[in-house]
Design a binder for this molecule. Structure first.
Ligand SMILES: [Zn+2]
Length: 417
């Protein structure tokens, strides 16, 4: 496969998509959480149809589905490429103005509309391999939205390449663009039957060449403490204070099992909210571990801390509730090793060294993997996301396009006649 003479469309597409405000909103109960996400969804539909992908559609929840039809006589599993339309609520996405800094020379990048926003070479180690490349940033007043519009643009350009290069054989390819990933709801309303794909890839990773096949396993825990209240003037030996009981529980969380003291594959217990008063307090936690038995062990540890603290307060009671959030995708992917292996091979064929890594977080793919679509994550090139200093390089996006094209072809190569 030869990309030397190919006029990549990925950068133009990316700039076009980045300008459309698609910020999601965790306080909104609707799906999509913000109606404006559909503006980009509709543009994507229009561009897909212009390319000749006529079944492209957006549903009422803002999910985009489309199919690039097979061009081979082989029986190839249907694979899906997935990216998310929304941008993070943590940083403004209104009037994004992408700036292309051509031939990056290794100097700090000063963002033009707010010159206090400086992407410092020393603070962004990933820039070290970008010398000579073209770096896209926002203008200093907003995020860029390369997370995940780089992924959208890469999938779109890969489809464009395949349509214009019918000699590259592939099976049916399903495209899925989701809303509300940044607020944890990206997989909520995916119609997995309608999607009708066997395996998937999210294009939402960070560094060139990286493939992520592991995420955290994640639960939420709520502990409600019912205290015993009296008038404070007459409280001696009577009052049992829910806030003080809650503080004791927090203080007993092992210091080496917190986000502040862990990295890589280490698990943690993390309090996220405390609400209430003397009579009742609710403590909210998130629990994270790479393997689910460890996750359960941490939950049990927190339960035993609660029991031990409460045992000193005979008039008090507690409720301890666990809510499942998502599971390490590797628990599913290990049964289908070829899904990741083909991605590794695709990265290699672009001349890039593949790196298999894990995410201290979740992706749409971690949810999709457990509802029938084993779905590792491939790099999209996005860096310093959710911030005004977000950046992506043109050359990395082009390599991601090549990776998708190779990957579709590798699935065909490995299929039966
Ligand atoms: Zn993302």
């Amino acid at each position: 496969m030869n990309f030397l003479n190919y006029n990549f469309t990925v950068t133009d597409r990316f700039v076009r998509y980045a300008k459309i405000d698609t910020q999601s909103d965790p306080t909104s109960p609707t799906c999509p959480s913000t109606e404006k996400q559909k503006n980009l969804g509709r543009l994507l539909i229009q561009e897909l149809i212009e390319m000749g992908i006529n079944d492209a559609e957006i549903d009422e929840h803002g999910y985009v589905y489309a199919t690039l039809k097979s061009n081979t006589t082989k029986q190839v599993p249907t694979i899906c490429f997935c990216s998310h339309i929304d941008t993070s609520p943590d940083c403004s996405g209104t009037n994004v103005n992408p700036v292309i800094h051509t031939k990056f020379d290794g100097k700090d990048i000063v963002l033009p509309k707010d010159r206090t926003q400086i992407i410092k070479f020393a603070e962004h180690p990933a820039l070290a391999v970008q010398i000579g490349n073209d770096i896209v940033t926002a203008d200093g007043t907003t995020l860029l939205g390369a997370d995940n519009k780089a992924g959208l643009a890469e999938i779109m350009d890969a489809m464009h390449y395949l349509i214009n290069h019918p000699e590259v054989k592939h099976g049916d390819i399903r495209i899925l663009f989701t809303p509300d990933e940044e607020i944890g709801r990206g997989a909520d309303k995916v119609d997995i039957k309608k999607l009708n794909a066997q395996f998937g890839y999210t294009m939402d990773g960070e560094t060139l060449g990286h493939i992520e096949n592991e995420t955290f396993s994640a639960d939420a825990v709520s502990i409600v403490i019912n205290g015993f209240s009296t008038h404070p003037g007459f409280a001696k030996n009577k009052m049992q204070h829910a806030i003080k009981i809650a503080a004791q529980i927090i203080n007993k969380i092992p210091i080496d099992k917190t986000p502040e003291t862990t990295e890589k594959k280490q698990p943690f217990i993390h309090p996220t909210a405390i609400n209430g008063g003397l009579e009742q307090v609710e403590l909210k936690f998130i629990i994270r571990a790479f393997d689910t038995p460890t996750l359960f062990a941490l939950e049990e540890e927190l339960r035993q801390i609660t029991i031990a603290v409460l045992s000193g307060y005979q008039k008090c009671s507690y409720e301890f509730n666990v809510t499942e959030q998502y599971r390490n995708m590797r628990e599913v992917l290990d049964s289908y090793p070829h899904v990741v292996n083909y991605a590794i091979e695709a990265v290699k064929r672009t001349g890039v060294t593949p790196v298999l890594s894990s995410i201290r977080g979740g992706t749409d793919g971690s949810r999709l993997s457990f509802i029938g679509l084993p779905c590792p994550n491939i790099y999209a090139g996005e860096h310093a996301f959710h911030s005004k200093q977000e950046w992506v390089s043109v050359q990395d996006m082009q390599k991601a396009v090549e990776t998708i094209v190779h990957l579709t072809n590798i699935w065909e190569e490995n299929s039966e006649i």
